[in-house]
Design a binder for this molecule. Structure first.
Ligand SMILES: Cc1cc2nc3c(=O)[nH]c(=O)nc-3n(C[C@H](O)[C@H](O)[C@H](O)COP(=O)(O)O)c2cc1C
Length: 189
């Protein structure tokens, strides 16, 4: 997925991340908490994620707030990774400039020897995060640019009220289009 974050001055940045978990509470990913993205998330715990499947011509957009995963959850996932990836997590100082590739590979070899035949603990700076969605939009390409866009929003105050937005894209002239939004409350509990 593409994950977008911003600094507290609203400067955006985006990068590809592996989605490592999905449950009722949101979308889980793991990273180095000393990385640029983690620094941004500590300044502004809001993020957006995008998935795109070209073959299916489908997009999913997610926006929401960020929670930290518990140490227990992060430990459990870290243990499930291949040994080399775990050594790599110790060797890599993500988002930092290093003097050469050799420095990184030497560090990887040294740490590999240190942890040979030993369980590799999770580095204290290697954390899990959960994107807790407040909005999810499903986009499906349709002929003549009359695409489907179904957006589900968590509405504050109505608790778990869901609104389904049927968005009809009206093609005006190439390449621009406008969207007409019809709001239909479908479910509330
Ligand atoms: C396919 C793919 C998957 C990636 N998955 C992760 C990931 O799960 N966690 C991570 O920290 N970086 C991942 N990266 C690297 C990030 O895109 C990024 O380069 C790195 O996290 C540093 O980003 P930052 O400097 O903005 O913090 C992945 C890159 C690619 C291309």
């Amino acid at each position: 997925m593409t994950l977008a974050t911003t600094t507290k001055e609203s400067k955006p940045s985006a990068r590809i991340m592996f989605l490592k978990g999905l449950d009722d509470n949101g979308f889980v990913f793991y990273t180095n908490c000393e990385s640029s993205k983690a620094e941004e998330l500590s300044q502004n715990p809001q993020a957006a994620a995008v998935f795109w499947w070209p073959v299916l011509e489908r997009q999913i957009r997610i926006e929401g707030s960020i929670d930290n995963l518990s140490d227990r959850e992060a430990d459990s996932y870290f243990k499930s990774r291949p040994r080399e990836s775990s050594v790599g997590a110790w060797a890599s100082q993500q988002s930092r400039v290093i003097s050469s590739r050799e420095v990184l590979e030497k560090r990887f070899r040294e740490l590999g020897n240190i942890y040979k035949d030993r369980e590799i603990p999770r580095p204290p700076y290697w954390l899990g995060y959960r994107l807790r969605p407040s909005s999810i939009e499903f986009w499906q390409r349709r002929p003549n640019r009359l695409h489907d866009r179904l957006r589900y929003r968590l509405v504050e105050g109505i608790r778990f009220a869901y609104l389904v937005y049927f968005v009809i894209s009206i093609k005006l002239s190439r390449p621009s289009s406008i969207s007409v939004t019809v709001i239909i409350p479908t479910r509330s509990r």
